[in-house]
Design a protein around this ligand. Structure first.
Ligand SMILES: C[S@@+](CC[C@H](N)C(=O)[O-])C[C@H]1O[C@@H](n2cnc3c(N)ncnc32)[C@H](O)[C@@H]1O
Length: 279
């Protein structure tokens, strides 16, 4: 009975504590105390489907079978994929008002990393800005390549597909842009290939080595550090710093800050919001 199952999980304190600890190891996400309800609501059906009756049993499953379908499904379920188009505006204004003109002046191509890209809105918003910049300025901008990564396979598959329901487009995408950059695909909208072609999608856990990614001129690491411990934030920010090209930029979420976590960056204040530049 789902009801019994739910109750059993809520009262399994040791199982909950072990699960929280394992989740930190797997993906850095810190749930903290008293989030049993969240865990149950996200994992109930999944555990039912796999005939797993307690968090203790799930933990043992995950430990013994890293990378198994249930492991992947747990990561998909426990990550929060909240995102929107042109989120907070200022990173995208900074791109067209400062970064792209500077790339023209310096005659250089740009590599941009969307480090927790969720369903792709961030990477596609960047690419749309580049496309519009090219169209309006008819400029000699060298190629801009965007690498979009996320730990969740399921959300990354959505991102790669590039098909969005109207409800998701309503979160920040104007009608003019829908008409320009999307094609109707049944009841949804498919992003045009010219926007997609700049982006390489790749599954990537921010807790693992960054060596295979190469270096970047700009890193968008937005609204993901909030889920991690102070220790993990410091570790990720240090590795981000070593993944940036000299004087490269880091852009965090509107409510996030590097204060107390790293001294590798200078703060660049914009009209609204701020970004960080590698010292
Ligand atoms: C709230 S979304 C942020 C999306 C986008 N950056 C934005 O600001 O709109 C957070 C994303 O971080 C991803 N994530 C969580 N832990 C991660 C990890 N250890 N490595 C890579 N991505 C992770 C989640 O899967 C989720 O898609």
């Amino acid at each position: 009975m789902p009801g019994d199952f739910f109750t059993k999980k809520l009262t399994d304190q040791q199982g909950y504590d072990d699960f929280c600890q394992l989740l930190v190891t797997i993906c850095g996400i810190v749930l903290g105390g008293n989030k049993q309800y969240l865990v149950s609501s996200r994992l109930d059906n999944l555990m039912d489907e796999h005939g797993i009756e307690s968090l203790a049993e799930l933990v043992s499953h995950l430990k013994n079978r890293p990378g198994s379908p249930i492991y992947t499904a747990v990561v998909d379920a426990m990550t929060t994929n909240e995102t929107s188009w042109f989120r907070d505006s200022y990173p995208y204004e900074f791109l067209t008002e400062a970064l792209l003109p500077q790339a023209i002046t310096e005659n250089k191509s740009l590599r941009i990393w969307s480090a927790a890209s969720s369903s792709g809105q961030e990477a596609y918003s960047i690419s749309i800005m580049v496309e519009e910049f090219l169209r309006h300025k008819q400029s000699t901008l060298k190629p801009v390549n965007i690498v979009a990564t996320d730990i969740s396979q399921a959300i990354l598959n959505n991102a790669k597909e590039g098909v969005f329901h109207k409800m998701s487009l309503d979160r920040g995408m104007s009608l003019a842009r829908i008409n320009h950059h999307f094609e109707l695909d049944g009841e949804s909208w498919k992003i045009n290939d010219e926007i997609k072609k700049r982006i390489t999608f790749r599954e990537f856990n921010l807790l693992t080595s960054y060596a295979s990614l190469g270096t970047f001129d700009v890193i968008f690491c937005r609204n993901v550090l909030i889920y991690f411990s102070v220790e993990t934030k410091k570790n990720i920010l240090a590795r981000i710093a070593s993944t940036l090209n000299p004087k490269g930029y880091l852009i965090l979420g509107g409510a996030e800050s590097i204060a107390n976590y790293t001294e590798s960056f200078d703060v660049v204040r914009l009209k609204s919001g701020l970004v960080y530049q590698l010292k």
